[in-house]
Design a protein around this ligand. Structure first.
Ligand code: ZN
Length: 270
């Protein structure tokens, strides 16, 4: 005989309450589960201004990152490529534009992740240029003062990405970014993971739209510079909380992080 994991008393209360409210038991149960679920948040493993100042090594592992979310982006220690996290899988897109396997003890100086549970989705089957895509995001996002996780899957007429080359520490990000290789894809199927982050959070995470691309075969991709989608599925999640990690490395503890890094970040990331 199968055992029932829900106590009989609770099932009776559920049935009574559903009848009183005139809704089905399953709808009510889902409401209870949603209310009990932890509030969605963006986890940022370290403030991005440390990365901008050339702190390319921290102790946060991929296992730590996956315990905080199954979706997001970032980079790797020594700035060794772009990170994409989709459905709990982590891809390392090195400066040759190719994806490499990542182990759970691989480390990252900066990553942003969340447990992706989209609350809205749209299918867009009109081709868009990049300003058109950004305009579409702007229309889908109710407030620019919130954080949103954004996932795109589908077909793109054109995608342009870059992947940072492995670096020694303390070389400012803006200098590194000037010599990063770029890659172009035409007629490509793939996915993008990323976030909208408000401008006022510029010392914590990359402000504005920040997306990383990986193709459908999960073989190529990088930090998104430009995209022209043809037919895409867009999913969005509102993140009303931010959880910021502060590293414990000596480098981090003794760094001077008082400089305004906004201009460097805009040049390096957009
Ligand atoms: Zn990026």
């Amino acid at each position: 005989m199968p055992t029932n994991p829900i106590p009989t008393e609770l099932l009776e209360r559920l049935a009574d309450r559903a009848q009183t409210e005139g809704i089905s038991e399953s709808v009510l149960l889902q409401r209870w589960l949603d209310a009990a679920a932890p509030t969605a948040s963006l986890y940022v493993s370290a403030p991005v201004n440390a990365l901008v100042e050339g702190l390319y090594r921290e102790d946060t592992t991929i296992a730590d990152i996956l315990s905080q979310g199954d979706f997001g982006l970032g980079t790797f220690n020594d700035l060794d490529g772009e990170m994409v996290v989709l459905d709990g899988e982590v891809y390392q897109l090195r400066s040759d534009g190719r994806a490499y396997a990542v182990t759970s003890d691989t480390r990252t100086p900066f990553a942003c992740v969340t447990h992706f549970r989209p609350w809205s989705e749209e299918i867009i089957d009109t081709p868009l240029d990049y300003p058109g895509l950004q305009g579409l995001f702007d229309r889908l996002i109710p407030s620019h003062n919130m954080v949103y996780a954004i996932r795109l899957d589908g077909l793109f007429d054109y995608v342009r990405t870059r992947s940072v080359p492995r670096q020694d520490a303390y070389r400012p990000l803006v200098e590194v970014a000037r010599e990063q290789p770029e890659y172009e894809f035409e007629n490509v199927e793939g996915s993008m993971a990323g976030f909208w982050t408000p401008e006022f959070m510029q010392s914590v995470a990359v402000p504005g739209y920040h997306l990383h691309f990986v193709d459908a075969a999960r073989q190529h991709g990088g930090h998104l510079l430009e995209a022209r989608p043809r037919q895409i599925h867009i999913r969005l999640q509102h993140l009303p909380r931010v959880d910021l990690g502060l590293p414990m490395t000596l480098d981090y503890l003794t760094a001077n992080l008082t400089r305004d890094t906004r201009d460097d970040l805009n040049e390096a990331e957009h």
